[in-house]
Design a protein around this ligand. Sequence first.
Ligand code: FE
Length: 282
Amino acid sequence: MTQTRESDFIVNGNRVSDGAGVQLTRIIGSPELNMLDPFLMFDAFGSDKPQEYLAGFPPHPHRGFETVTYMLQGRMKHEDSVGNAGIIETGGVQWMTAGKGIIHSEMPEQKEGLLAGFQLWVNLPSEHKMTEPKYQEKAASEIPVTTLDDGTNIKVIAGRASDGTEGVITNHFVEPTYLHVFLPAGKQFVHSTEETDNAFIYAVKGQLSIGKNQAPLNLGQLSVLGKGSEVLIKSDKEHASEFLLVSAQPLNEPIARGGPFVMTTREQVEQAFDDYRQGRFA
Ligand code: FE
């Protein structure tokens, strides 16, 4: 029997300053929602005021999880301690498995105009936290977009769309779904999920309603979905909308956080700080 996922609760997030002074909205990893296993953090950034983003994220370490940067608009340059460098441009995604450790910087590659996008942190299972660092970086042109009969477009970053279109990112650690859905006015979106997956919807544009209860979700809000085998989203009659659907099986493991390190035990976090201070990161 199909069980439709209803909106469990809605999170607005907190305005915070991170990096060297970048203004962003922290939605997961905030006092309102500490985590949604395996998602440790979800930030939305979006500003056309250079003073809110120019300072960027100078070199900093990560260990024990993955960072996923999805650019809606603008250009962000990244560089790291093992010689990787590149520019994430409008519509592109970078899925970085920090694993045992990486030191990287993320800096705007623009002096003016809109810079907007998201960063999601995905936890790694404890047995894979010390895996070799790895990147999957894909330009907008490489990410499959499938069009359904009713005109809905689904950009498949990870996981699989309802018509079988496979995402461009392969992730064998937590096998997440990450879709950007463009829903025309007056249409509905239906997507089957594993019943026990944790899942959220983030409204990128317009207004949506969630589930059979038609709980409203406004621009910039995140809905944590209740359990169920199907996601059901409607756009309003007059306006098209856009949203992200992100889901994965929870890891159900203990978590020890320490700034840029997310490990299983306190000792491992202390070890990470020690390794970083002693220059034992790559
Ligand atoms: Fe980072």
